[in-house]
Each structure stands twice: as structure tokens, then as C-alpha cells.
Design a protein around this ligand. Structure first.
Ligand code: G3P
Ligand code: MG
Length: 282
């Protein structure tokens, strides 16, 4: 069984974490992108958790469904396309894969790297529930970074940490999960409700004055900085203080190598296969 804390403890083996699954090669946050991340031997995958209108946990990154589904076609004229304004049953009608080919965010389609068969297989993919995502991860005997998105705009948002933890416990997967969030109150709640689960403090935009102190005060295992806010010396200081550091989103493999040389314990990337190769993990 994979154990996220033990994985981090092996400093000689930088972790490759498949961002939203292997997002560079398949529609993000789907079971297909997760399976692809597993196939290329990423150590973990990362997913984003949102609440539906009926407080079901689903794997979607954005607050709204517009970018990654055909919601505007299926529900024309709805006043809101926010995830939290749709029930789980309504989400079940959405295609969360067809958008990938048209958007071609990473130019993979234009470069001819994806076969017509592969692209056809993306059509009709569904938004996974957290339950389905955990079930897949468990079946693979794999590990996952569950990122809890911000639910402060929702009445009832304060149940999200409890609901996420309950589901992880139900699957007996506490050791196979690291929870992260930009909403540090959720991490404090994790610490109270399930002190044995690994946690990571996500930060972006502004570097905290003292990242080590931030991690200590939150009681987390890891620091998850946007690559743009790492200051010289942060990696060494955090690792010396005993924290793992998983940097996101690193798609330049020279940069990934340099970060690992400087002490990063993990790289969160849209291209896990290339990252493994760059880090000498193959
Ligand atoms: O967890 C790392 C990264 O996913 C955080 O940013 O916006 O991609 O969820 P975002
Ligand atoms: Mg994320």
C-alpha cells in the first residue's frame, strides 16, 4: 500500500504528482486522466473537490462548469453555471471530455500526438464524484492529493472537510491521501478531525513571510507553493525543518530538475511521464 507520509520521507525519490490527472494528455479531473497518470507511473495524482447543490463531492477545478463541460448546450439559459447550482443528477448529463480537443491547451492535438481513437474516447466522459475517484485510486493501490476548493460562498460550506474525511475513512484510505487547500482553515479542521492524515498548505500570489512558521502553525506535513512564489532558501529551510515541499505547476522539465536539486520533494505537473524521465525515475 502507498503511504503518502512515507512517500515523502524518502527524500532520495522526488515524487511525481499528476496534476488533475495527466492533464497535459487527457481532459483534466476525469477518471481517464487519472488512469493515464497511473499508467505512466506518477506517484500520486492531484484532484480538486467541489460541492454540488445537494452537497455531493465532485471532482471539478473551476467554480463554474463552462470551461470543462458542455453545460451551456445542455442547460441553455441557466442563470448560473456554478457547480454549486447543479445537483449531482444534473451533472450526470454533462460531457466533461469533448472540450479538450477544441481547446487543445497544450497543442498536443495540433502536434498530432493524440490519435483519432484517443480523442474519440474523451467524448462523453463524466465528471467523477470523489467517491469514484477514491475507488479508482484504491483499485490501483495508488495515492492521491485531494485539494479542497473554497466553499466559503456556500451556505453549509463548513461541512466540506468533515464530508471529505468521512469518505476517505469509508474507503480506508487515510494513508493513501494527502489533503491540500488554499483555505488553511480546512487544514486546521483536518488536523482536529483526523490528525493522522497528511496535509499540505497551498500558497499562491504572495509568499508568506515565513513559510516554515506557516507550516508549523497549521500542523501540516507539506508546503505546496506556486512555483512563482518560491524564494531562494525556502526549499532548504522547509526541508531542514522537516516539511515536504511539492511545487506546482511545473511543466518545464529543466525547472523540475533544478527544483529537485534544490530540495523539492515533489513536482506537481501536467506531464508526469516527461517529469519521471527528467528526474531519472525511469
Ligand atoms: O494543488 C496544486 C494546484 O492544483 C493548485 O492550483 O488552481 O491548479 O488547483 P489549481
Ligand atoms: Mg488543484
Amino acid at each position: 500500500m502507498k503511504n503518502t507520509v512515507e512517500l515523502h520521507a524518502r527524500a532520495s525519490m522526488p515524487l511525481v504528482i499528476a496534476h488533475r490527472g495527466a492533464r497535459g494528455h487527457a481532459p483534466e479531473n476525469t477518471l481517464t486522466s487519472a488512469a493515464l497518470g497511473h499508467a505512466v507511473k506518477a506517484d500520486l495524482w492531484e484532484l480538486d473537490v467541489n460541492y454540488t447543490k445537494d452537497y455531493k463531492l465532485v471532482v471539478v477545478h473551476d467554480d463554474t462548469l463552462v470551461r470543462t463541460t458542455n453545460v451551456e448546450e445542455v442547460y441553455p439559459g441557466r442563470p448560473s453555471y456554478r457547480v454549486c447550482d447543479f445537483t449531482l443528477e444534473e451533472l450526470g448529463r454533462l460531457d466533461a471530455g469533448s472540450w479538450y480537443e477544441g481547446r487543445d491547451q497544450f497543442g498536443r492535438v495540433a502536434a498530432g500526438e493524440l490519435s483519432a481513437e484517443t480523442l474519440a474516447s474523451f467524448k462523453g466522459l463524466r465528471i467523477p464524484t470523489l467517491e469514484q475517484a477514491l475507488e479508482l485510486t484504491k483499485r490501483f493501490d495508488w495515492a492521491v492529493n485531494v485539494e479542497i476548493k473554497n466553499h466559503a460562498h456556500l451556505i453549509g460550506h463548513d461541512t466540506v472537510t468533515k464530508d471529505v474525511l468521512e469518505m476517505i475513512r469509508r474507503f480506508d484510505m487515510v494513508e493513501q491521501v494527502i489533503i491540500s487547500s488554499f483555505q488553511h482553515r480546512y487544514l486546521l479542521e483536518c488536523h482536529d478531525l483526523c490528525p493522522e492524515i497528511a496535509t499540505g498548505a497551498l500558497v499562491e500570489n504572495t509568499r508568506p513571510d515565513d513559510p516554515v512558521e506557516l507550516c508549523r502553525s497549521l500542523g501540516v506535513n507539506a508546503y505546496h507553493p506556486d512555483r512563482l512564489i518560491l524564494a531562494p532558501g525556502d526549499l532548504a529551510a522547509l526541508r531542514d525543518a522537516g516539511f515536504a515541499v511539492n511545487v506546482w505547476t511545473v511543466n518545464d522539465m529543466d525547472e523540475a530538475r533544478k527544483l529537485v536539486e534544490d530540495g523539492a520533494s515533489g513536482i506537481i505537473t501536467d506531464f508526469p511521464a516527461a517529469c519521471r524521465a527528467a528526474l531519472g525515475r525511469d
